[in-house]
Design a protein around this ligand. Structure first.
Ligand code: ZN
Length: 82
């Protein structure tokens, strides 16, 4: 049984991790590999940076339409109030 991923597998997992949650085993193996492999840490950082930029784009788009903070929810929507 192989405990270490190769760098190629790790970079594939890293980009996959941005799209979908990884399994516990994959995440554990990634952590182990990243703790020992500086070049894969670089790849990880670059991917996160890239991903963060695209997320910022989406976030800015969504921020254009602020969600109303549940109007009337505080008093149960009752018109009588007190
Ligand atoms: Zn590596």
């Amino acid at each position: 049984m192989k405990l270490m991923h190769s760098c190629a597998e790790v970079s594939r997992l890293l980009s996959k991790a941005l799209d979908e949650p990884l399994g516990l085993l994959d995440r554990g193996l990634l952590q182990v590999h990243l703790s020992m492999c500086g070049s894969c840490r670089d790849v990880d950082e670059q991917l996160r940076e890239l991903h963060g930029m695209t997320q910022d784009l989406f976030a800015t788009e969504e921020a254009g339409e602020p969600e109303p903070a549940a109007p009337g929810a505080a008093n149960g929507g009752s018109p009588r109030g007190s």
